[in-house]
Design a binder for this molecule. Structure first.
Ligand code: ZN
Length: 63
């Protein structure tokens, strides 16, 4: 029974890989806020243009 501590189950590795991927995805998703440029994160809420004034990327506006 003692050896069990040294054997990492495959599902645990899959769980860790999945969790870290999910956390990374959430962090990256949080970086691009609504109303901000998806390319550089510049705040475009005050801008009337559909194009980012910082990097020139076209803006897809969300409600
Ligand atoms: Zn930009």
């Amino acid at each position: 029974m003692f050896e069990f501590a040294f054997v990492i189950p495959f599902w645990l590795l899959a769980l860790i890989a999945g969790a870290s991927t999910g956390i990374l995805w959430l962090l990256l998703g949080r970086f691009v806020r609504p109303g901000c440029c998806v390319g550089c994160g510049y705040d475009l809420r005050g801008s009337a243009s559909n194009r980012c004034s910082e990097c020139g990327r076209e803006m897809t506006r969300q409600a």
